[in-house]
Design a binder for this molecule. Structure first.
Ligand code: ZN
Length: 222
């Protein structure tokens, strides 16, 4: 039986998690699961939590850990029964120390020992710069990250639409995301470091170099 591979990607906003998740998904033929889609699925159910969550999502308020992890546990039970399940890339989780601990407990319970906890390391000034300069297509809502490859784009590379700043990338919102990282994500990184599970990759390199470093670290570990 092939080992179940699970990837967790984290780092400051703008570190390129989404891009690297897609590349990993292709290379290892794995699905990407995000806590965002999990929550949207849950919000569609018409009960107390469903209705409250729907409102939270509309207002952009973070959902509580207890609710998200109940959904993850339900998902993991389904995966465990699925003989075609070979692993996954988790996007948007964990967001803080307690969630990392819950995921570790879950992976132990489901007997999935091979998880790769990858920090895409970019400095705070680099993250702020990328967020301030990333753009969104006004027509198809495609997000254009700020990279050496995409910064020269004048129109959307998917539909040719006009590009603008993301409405939620205000200076205030960027500052808040940076502070969240220091307060919540840094202790989580320390948690994985102490468990000797942390893989640190320099996220300030070109996309293909970042990806090559991730693959190298993964192959060395397995
Ligand atoms: Zn577009």
């Amino acid at each position: 039986m092939a080992a179940i591979k699970i990837f967790l990607l984290f780092g400051r906003s703008g570190c390129g998690k989404g891009t690297q998740a897609k590349l990993l998904a292709e290379k290892y033929t794995l699905p990407v699961y995000g806590s965002g889609s999990l929550l949207r699925e849950r919000a569609a159910k018409d009960d107390f939590s469903g209705r409250k969550l729907k409102e939270f999502l509309l207002r952009g308020v973070l959902a509580p850990t207890s609710l998200i992890y109940k959904e993850w546990a339900n998902k993991f039970d389904v995966f465990k029964e699925d003989p075609s399940f070979v692993g996954m890339i988790i996007d948007g989780s964990p967001r803080k120390w307690i969630e990392a601990e819950l995921l570790s407990q879950a992976f132990e319970w489901y007997e999935w020992p091979d998880s790769y906890c990858i920090l895409l390391d970019i400095s705070r000034p680099e993250a702020e710069n990328r967020l301030a300069k990333r753009r969104i297509c006004k027509s198809c809502k495609n997000i254009i990250p700020y990279t050496s490859e995409s910064k020269v784009l004048e129109k959307c590379d998917k539909c040719g639409g006009e590009l603008g700043r993301r409405p939620d990338d205000t200076d205030e919102a960027i500052k808040e995301r940076m502070e969240y990282f220091e307060k919540e994500v840094v202790p989580m990184i320390e948690y994985y470091r102490q468990r000797k599970q942390l893989i640190v990759v320099n996220g300030e390199q070109a996309i293909d170099k970042v990806f090559a470093d991730i693959v190298e670290a993964v192959e060395n570990k397995s």
